[in-house]
Design a protein around this ligand. Structure first.
Ligand SMILES: [Fe+2]
Length: 229
């Protein structure tokens, strides 16, 4: 329980506001409380059970979007993973961002600011990205529904690009890409079903680098909007 004898709303960050709504969302809580204590000398009591999930506690897609919109700095990959893991996202909330097309997968932006962006991607069976890295951005991908195949690669300026590993993720799975991870994502044609994924990048994607297996050539690509991961 937290007892605060002042107007918190004018003092706390967007992240802390999100945390206040859910006891399970407490990783940022001690820091937020510390800032409040130092700045306004509030009477704060923080009990150890603050980290336990509260009955009925929820962190919706809108809460996730609001938390990202409130950022005033670039979130780390662990922070992105934590936010994504915390969110309970319904298909109804995603409906405005759903839509599939033939050819390439479909890309729908949910939000973007100076520090972070979030997109919903819709993939028909057989649709996949080129082999790419994020050219300085890190990112997390949540599989909302369907089957995602991710292939990762190693790059050497002499020997070129080489296969490293492959894995499959299903609904509820999470995968993250650090800088300078090189990967390819896709909905395998043998899945027989559509794939919906949620992506958060920080900072927002800019010019990407693409690769070809066995080649040391790197091409630059500026994603069209909407078209490319
Ligand atoms: Fe990617």
């Amino acid at each position: 329980m937290i007892l605060v004898a002042a107007n918190l709303d004018s003092q706390v960050s967007g992240e802390y506001k999100a945390n206040r709504e859910c006891g399970a969302r407490t990783r940022w809580l001690p820091q937020a409380v510390s800032v409040i204590w130092q700045e306004v000398t509030l009477a704060v009591q923080l009990h150890s059970d603050e980290t336990a999930a509260e009955p009925g506690c929820s962190f919706s897609f809108k809460d996730l979007t609001d938390a990202l919109n409130a950022r005033t700095s670039i979130p780390s990959l662990p922070e992105l993973n934590e936010l994504m893991e915390r969110a309970k996202i319904s298909s109804a909330e995603l409906r405005p961002y759903l839509g599939f097309k033939t050819g390439n997968y479909s890309r729908h932006r949910v939000m973007k600011n100076e520090f972070v962006e979030m997109l919903v991607l819709c993939w028909k069976p057989g649709q996949r990205t080129p082999i790419h890295d994020h050219n300085g951005s890190h990112g997390t991908v949540f599989i909302h529904d369907g089957i995602l195949w991710e292939t990762t690669f190693d790059y050497d300026t002499v020997t070129g690009l080489a296969y490293r590993a492959h894995r499959e993720l299903r609904g509820g799975g999470l995968t993250g890409s650090e800088v300078p991870d090189i990967h390819q994502l896709g909905n395998p044609d043998v899945s027989g079903r559509d794939l919906i994924t949620i992506h958060i990048y920080a900072p927002p994607l800019g010019v990407l680098k693409t690769y070809k297996l066995g080649s040391s050539t790197i091409d630059l690509y500026t994603p069209a909007d909407p078209d490319f991961l």
